[in-house]
Ligand binder design. Structure first.
Ligand code: SF4
Ligand code: SF4
Length: 57
């Protein structure tokens, strides 16, 4: 289980990356992506995303 970013919705604002306590989120081309091996499923990024592009998978 990890949180995932919907690449179709992501605006690459970077807000999620700034809030992640374990630095699991980084730019990936034109959008941002979450490393599932680092994510601890805290949900902080999902609360921060202005377009609700982040969900639990
Ligand atoms: S759920 Fe938490 S640990 Fe996982 S990417 Fe989002 S902020 Fe980081
Ligand atoms: S906060 Fe949302 S829109 Fe902004 S970079 Fe993260 S996933 Fe993309």
């Amino acid at each position: 289980m990890a949180h995932v970013i919907n690449k179709e919705l992501c605006l690459a604002c970077g807000a999620c990356a700034g809030t992640c306590p374990v630095e699991a989120i980084a730019a990936d081309g034109d959008v941002f992506a979450i490393d599932p091996n680092v994510c601890v499923d805290c949900g902080a990024c999902a609360s921060e995303c202005p377009v609700e592009a982040i969900s639990e998978e």
